[in-house]
Design a protein around this ligand. Structure first.
Ligand SMILES: [Zn+2]
Ligand SMILES: [Zn+2]
Length: 161
């Protein structure tokens, strides 16, 4: 390992935080260390961090593949293509996709699911003739400050008067 110049200025070791007076540590690539042992420690920890990130990404991908985008429908494929500018066209592609594309697909899937839930809620409200704003309550004490009456249904709790 090509490290060692000594530190010109007092500093703390970047691996173990020990105070190093000027000239008593090793300075390498923008970091100050007690010596080779601490430099190796820091390198190992950096590698562990990278491994952890890679593992986290892999797990995210697995979760996504297992839940959010299955079953693979034409609509899901279309959504993935759109979210990644055509880089991901199938679940097989997604297995090998980079973190950015996986995130883009995650966000697109979440948006779609949220839109689906909103639509389902609206349709349910229409079906049961329930006001979408107050959920059928019409009036509530917690709305005291604005007059206690739902302004959308005017207190009826119904979708249409
Ligand atoms: Zn150290
Ligand atoms: Zn209402």
């Amino acid at each position: 390992m090509e490290s060692t110049r000594t530190n010109k200025y007092p500093a703390h070791c970047d691996a173990c935080d020990r105070y190093l007076p000027a000239g008593q540590g090793a300075w390498a690539h923008g970091n100050t260390y007690c010596g080779v042992r601490c430099e190796e420690d820091a390198t190992r920890r950096a590698q562990e961090r990278i491994n952890a990130e890679v593992e986290a990404r892999r797990q995210l991908q697995q979760t996504l593949i297992a839940t959010a985008v299955t079953p693979e429908t034409p609509q899901t494929a279309e959504l993935m293509v759109k979210a990644t500018n055509g880089r991901v066209t199938s679940l097989a592609d997604l297995q090998d996709a980079n973190a950015e594309d996986v995130n883009a697909v995650m966000i697109a899937v979440a948006k779609r699911d949220s839109a689906n839930r909103t639509r389902a809620k609206r349709e349910e409200a229409k079906r049961t003739n329930t006001c979408t704003r107050c959920g059928g309550a019409g009036r509530a004490d917690k709305w005291e400050r604005t007059g206690s009456i739902c302004y959308k249904c005017n207190g009826s709790g119904k979708d249409h008067e």
